[in-house]
Ligand binder design. Structure first.
Ligand code: SF4
Ligand code: SF4
Length: 421
């Protein structure tokens, strides 16, 4: 399976996407992903990691009277995961955790072949791409891009929770295109990290990813083509998202989008529908990361690289042969386990984590894309934009004024930015 292109289209090179893939490159097996290792690898699986997962099922286990870690914080966090958890557990009896280890199940044959068309291939692909994006937005996608499939980023094997080892990758080889979506995470919730409450932004992102991916796949099937909707399973999402024009790669190892900064969850649909491809978009992230250390300075276990991009790997959870900023997933996951919830401090402090509906934020992003980026970073530090907001402030802590309850910051944020910013 080669990187797919439509005829007449100039292929997206690694250089255009900002990748440096070297001779020592090895494709990744999902078994080595840190979350899979937390089940089979005694180096990662500990009583703390087991408790970490247990709190997602039994929130009363670890709540304590500390801001951000109370019962209501865990209750909301776990509620936000509910939809994606339902889908993940639906076919566990058949050794499938859909969305995390296996693709979502869809109709295999679809409702009939595509319509006959006498349009030239590139015209059809361009029309389908526009229509698909319109459809995806109507179905709830916040960002959408299209690129060719590239087997380098497809996992060599899937991971079986039943046998705790590799199992065959089930992605059919003939699906040459990938539709990549990004769902925005709530900025107000992310501001409360470290907290169990902030994990709600992650859960909402995954739950909406699940619904939107299934709906986009169903649209493609209804048009007569094959579609395999995938979330964290099947392939690395970030290289595909970069090639699909959704954003750039940041020092913290996350995608940084122009619209939401690093506050996104990604999903992808593999398909044989003819689709025109997008091209990578650069807006100065790499250059900003070269002079910014906000995430590596703020990361409690120091899991984020301080220096220039290298080919260094910390452990088997890092892909080999790609020159980039690489994070130490073992240190990061240990920190998550120890605090009984996920962490996104690096997302909170990243200066690209802004509300881009505001003109000043768009002005800041423009500055960061120019030689004024050091000034932009100084302004960001002075403004204290990345400071933590107390969870009780987000909740509004039921300030009773007479009989009126004043809304919390979370409610105010939701009113100001109804869905997207
Ligand atoms: S999620 Fe937290 S622990 Fe992990 S890299 Fe980011 S700041 Fe560090
Ligand atoms: S915090 Fe700074 S160094 Fe880290 S990803 Fe964001 S811009 Fe790059």
């Amino acid at each position: 399976m080669k990187a797919g292109t439509q005829s007449g289209e100039r292929p997206v090179s690694d250089a255009e996407a900002g990748f440096e893939v070297g001779e020592g490159f090895e494709r990744f097996s999902q078994k080595d992903d840190i979350f899979c290792r937390s089940f089979w690898d005694p180096e990662v699986r500990t009583s703390r990691s087991e408790m970490f997962y247990e709190t997602y099922r039994t929130p009363e286990l670890r709540w304590r009277p500390v801001d951000g870690f109370t019962r209501r914080d865990y209750a909301l966090r776990n509620a936000s995961w509910h939809v994606t958890d339902l889908f993940a557990e639906f076919r566990e009896g058949a050794d499938r955790r859909e969305g995390f280890l296996d693709p979502y199940t869809v109709l295999r044959d679809g409702p009939g072949p595509p319509d006959e068309s006498d349009e030239p291939e590139e015209v059809l692909a361009a029309r389908f791409a526009v229509e698909l994006k319109t459809a995806a937005r109507a179905l709830g996608a916040d960002l959408i891009g299209i690129t060719g499939n590239d087997e380098r980023w497809v996992y060599t094997h899937a991971y079986s929770r039943e046998t705790e080892t590799e199992k065959p990758q089930e992605l059919p080889g003939e699906l040459g295109n990938v539709v990549v979506i990004a769902q925005a995470m709530d900025r107000g919730l992310v501001q409360t990290v470290p907290s169990a409450l902030s994990g709600t932004a992650t859960g909402v992102g995954y739950s909406s990813d699940t619904v939107v991916l299934l709906a986009i796949a169903q649209y493609i099937l209804n048009m007569g083509y094959a579609a395999v909707p995938t979330m964290n399973d099947t392939a690395l999402a970030i290289p595909l998202a970069i090639k699909a024009g959704l954003g750039e790669y940041g020092r913290h190892g996350l995608l940084i989008t122009k619209e939401f900064g690093p506050r996104v969850r990604l999903g992808k649909v593999f398909t044989d529908m003819p689709l025109a491809h997008d091209r990578p978009r650069r807006f100065g992230v790499r250059e900003t990361c070269e002079v910014c250390r906000a995430c590596s300075d703020a990361c409690p276990p120091k899991a984020i690289a301080m220096g220039a991009p290298t080919g260094r790997v910390y452990n088997i959870s890092n892909i080999r042969g790609v020159r980039k900023w690489t994070t130490d997933a073992e240190k990061c996951f240990r920190f998550w386990s120890n605090q009984n919830t996920d962490c996104s401090i690096c997302v909170r402090v990243c200066p690209y984590n802004r509300d881009y509906s505001r003109r000043l934020s768009r002005l800041w992003r423009w500055m960061a894309g120019t030689r004024l980026r050091r000034l932009a970073l100084w302004i960001d530090r002075r403004s204290r934009r990345g400071r933590r907001v107390a969870s009780r402030t987000w909740w509004g802590d039921v300030r009773l004024v007479g009989l009126n309850v004043a809304p919390g910051r979370g409610a105010q944020e939701n009113r100001r930015h109804p869905r997207t910013e």
